[in-house]
Design a protein around this ligand. Structure first.
Ligand SMILES: NC(=O)c1ccc[n+]([C@@H]2O[C@H](COP(=O)([O-])OP(=O)(O)OC[C@H]3O[C@@H](n4cnc5c(N)ncnc54)[C@H](O)[C@@H]3O)[C@@H](O)[C@H]2O)c1
Length: 413
């Protein structure tokens, strides 16, 4: 380490996290985690395993990693699981784990399968008595997300969604400063999430990740708007502290042969009356993972981008721009509490993901005393995102008319 820790911070690099002076960092018993999905060649499953490891709060003890039972068991053993807990299917996993003594059975299930199976697996895991941490979007369509919401309430178990970008310390800092009035009255929010990995015809089925995302039966009722528009939607609501109430959208399939949107834009209204723009596209040549958000208020503006996540820009009219850096002593509690490295040592995607795992671990450790914490997105957030996607799709089909989110279930029942 080249520079001294910021004053007031104590580094526990052996445990992969930083606490503030005076806080304890008690080593707690690891949470017993199972994974469904994330098998050989999968994208996000290994990121979840790394995030859980960085958080240092979990032990992966069981899994059903793909639909092929033999491949699933072999992969589990390759990951170091006891052969008896490397299962051939999620149904087998849930039944066998529920039959184990409470002190050894799993406590929560991470779900990292394509969107079409989130609802069935989540509901089964919740009914079996386990907490669920599921990747986004919550489900393939609004009805499935609503079914999951009912299952969460009926089970009384915890449910979290891994909306990764809310795990960045400076996104938390922006949220806290905006809530404290740093921008004054919010007027406008611009968010864009642009990628190019589906920009060519051959990309439609060029990888297993592309194949299911471009198949409406597996991706759900939307393509790019569900895959990355759901992140943008969640980020707007998280940072602004408001709800999106109405949308006027145009979704398109730009690349020939696509039967699902790969590009789209939306105007939206927020609960305070502020307005905004949201663009989500996977055909923007030259954009790798360009997620950017700008929030404008009467007194100031904030701007953050995922590809430079360690700086947050704060601007005021007629004054020099202020650049806030991650892991500095002048940040508020939320951002400092999740910092893992000294100032000037960049953190990124894996640490942000680990912060979601950390938030969920805190909720599991406190359960049942403390319900959902704010360290991760809830099933209500997941339902809201699917409602937004439905509203955007309907708006687009009807010539981009303004569509109220509150009327969606009534009009599409
Ligand atoms: N949070 C993020 O930033 C982020 C990033 C990428 C993907 N995702 C989400 O993660 C999920 C998975 O995406 P991916 O890109 O990793 O997909 P993927 O195709 O790379 O991996 C999916 C895995 O699930 C397995 N699987 C499918 N059905 C299964 C079942 N019934 N039981 C057990 N395993 C099963 C597949 O064999 C595969 O191993 C999607 O919902 C996606 O939207 C989130």
């Amino acid at each position: 380490m080249n520079s001294a820790p910021a004053q007031g911070l104590v580094f526990h690099l052996d445990q992969g996290r930083v606490t503030h002076a005076g806080e304890t960092n008690a080593v707690t018993e690891k949470i017993r985690l199972a994974m469904v999905g994330g098998g050989p060649g999968a994208f996000i499953g290994s990121v979840h395993r790394l995030a859980a490891a960085i958080s240092d709060r979990y032990q992966l003890v069981a899994g059903a990693f793909c639909r092929d039972p033999e491949a699933s068991r072999a992969f589990g053993v390759e990951l170091g699981l006891a052969p008896a807990r490397a299962y051939g299917s999620y149904q087998e996993l849930l039944a066998a784990e529920a039959a184990l003594p409470p002190a050894s059975r799993i406590q929560c299930v991470a779900i990292v399968t394509p969107n079409d199976s989130h609802a069935d697996i989540s509901c089964a895991a919740l009914e079996a008595g386990f907490h669920v941490l599921c990747d986004k979007p919550a489900a393939g369509c609004l009805e499935e997300a609503l079914r999951m919401q009912s299952a969460v309430h009926a089970s009384g178990r915890l449910f979290g969604l891994t909306h990764t970008y809310t795990g960045y310390p400076l996104v938390m800092e922006a949220r806290d400063r905006i809530a404290a009035g740093a921008l004054g009255e919010l007027r406008r929010v611009h968010v864009s999430y642009l990628q190019d990995w589906l920009s060519r015809e051959e990309d439609t089925s060029g990888s297993k990740q592309a194949s299911w995302r471009n198949d409406p039966a597996r991706s759900g009722e939307s393509g790019a708007f569900a895959d990355i528009g759901s992140h943008a939607f969640n980020l707007v609501e998280f940072m602004s502290g408001e709800s999106i109430t109405a949308v006027a959208a145009q979704l398109r399939s730009v690349v020939p042969g696509r039967t699902i949107d790969d590009d789209g834009s939306a105007l939206f209204r927020l609960s305070s009356g502020a307005q905004g723009l949201l663009a989500a596209s996977q055909v923007c040549t030259g954009s790798v993972n360009a997620l950017k958000i700008e929030l404008f208020g009467a007194e100031g503006a904030m701007s953050w981008q995922q590809e430079q996540p360690n700086t947050l820009l704060f601007k005021r009219r007629g004054e020099p721009d202020m650049v806030l850096h991650a892991n500095m002593d002048y940040l508020g509690h939320s951002a400092r509490a999740v910092a893992r490295t000294p100032g000037g040592h960049p953190e990124g995607y894996l640490e942000a993901f680990a912060n979601i795992y950390q938030g969920f671990a805190d909720a599991v450790a406190a359960f049942p005393e403390s319900p959902q914490s704010t360290g991760f997105a809830s099933i209500d957030d997941g339902v809201a995102a699917l409602r937004f996607i439905r509203a955007a799709r309907l708006s687009s089909e009807q010539g981009s008319v303004w569509t109220e989110l509150a009327a969606i279930e009534r009009n599409t029942a």
